[in-house]
Design a protein around this ligand. Sequence first.
Ligand SMILES: [Zn+2]
Length: 455
Amino acid sequence: MEKPNIILMVMDSARHDHMPLYGYSKNITPNIDEFAKDAAVFENAFTTSNWTLPTHASIFTGLYPSQHNVNAMDSILGKDIPTIAGILQKEGYETISVIMNPWLGKGFGLDKGFSVVDDVAEKRNNFFVKVYYKLLKTFGFLGRAFLINYIAKKHVDDCLKKEKPFFLFLNYMDAHYKFEPPIPYRSKYLPKGISYGQIKKASVIEHEHNAGKKAISEQDLDNINLLLDSSIEYLDFEIGRLFNFLKERGIFDNTLIILTSDHGDLFCEHKNWLGHRHFLYEELIRIPLLIRYPKLFGASRTKGIVQITDIFPTILDAVGVKEESKALLGKSLIKRIKEKDFLKFAIAEQPVAVLDVYKNHHPDFDVTPINSKQRAIRTLKYEYILSSDGKDELYNIEEDPKETKNLVEQRKDIRDALKGLMDEWLDKLPKLDKAKSKEEASEEMKKRLGELGYF
Ligand SMILES: [Zn+2]
């Protein structure tokens, strides 16, 4: 069997409901829509948590947050846990990670198994990168995705020269708040009389907003959402250019391409919270997911529930590697489509209340509303969320997709049934030994994470 190349593309924080494939009214992703014409599109795909570190740990290991334990700012992925990059490396693949999100660089274990980690954020002092950021931030000539793809293409050409199959992981930060799309995208959807500069100024840091230090008006939130549209449209443009490059090199059809996001984001839809560190609402856990590899499967649209924990077994399936582990609950998406075998429900977890940024910046802020662990179960019709403080929420997604009416009191029958399923899932969940190792984030890492508003 010929080994396929694999490209795993994560559009960090991209919300499914801002994509036409998932019902959005604006035609902002023409290239992804074209790609979808001969891809498998999953309409009900869910992540496992609400922020970059635990969700990427799930993508790379196929494990749920309660299994991999990489859920806090001081946790790193256990050395003994197999990662998709590590397995592919042993199979003779060049394994390359091109990123600018510091959670994915050296320090939290998610670089494990990659022979090359091209961390753009780490190279901030590099002359080329400095000039690049200047051009992006000051003049708006270039976007972040351009830089990721520029580096990615060089790696692809190197692998083609070496005649080695490659696993290329790309994390794009363009759809991650705060949005900085390049010209001409940045003002494209803004109302007349409103400038990009005004919206940039109104884009307050999440923790400052959540701690009540800085307010944001409804009008500004609407405009920030328009900037998200521009950012996704720009990202789509660069993704289309990367696909064209693969076609020019003659490897588009011999590459398993997986396109997804790691979680969504909140723009004050629920109790005025901004960002993606707390809660497990629909905007955060439902994600876009498309896979394309015409040698093994054709186009399809699937309503059945799948999770990002299925990505790990999907890649192994395409490569023909068997990984026997009782800890893995996912299944190859290729097999799920063929066998029409989908999940009865998805599980998302927030096993740790991550409060470091509030302790560091707002010691007086009362963190009670966000100081709880959470677990959610999502069926096709309902989402049930249980917090460690005893509070729970039940929503009928079909009738109330924005989750505005908590039905816990009215529908105790459904609440009890879903809680029972969740408890059973947790009881049966295979736990791992030695999965956890702890390490303090370095000062340099804290500085970079601080720039993202995390520390
Ligand atoms: Zn993320």
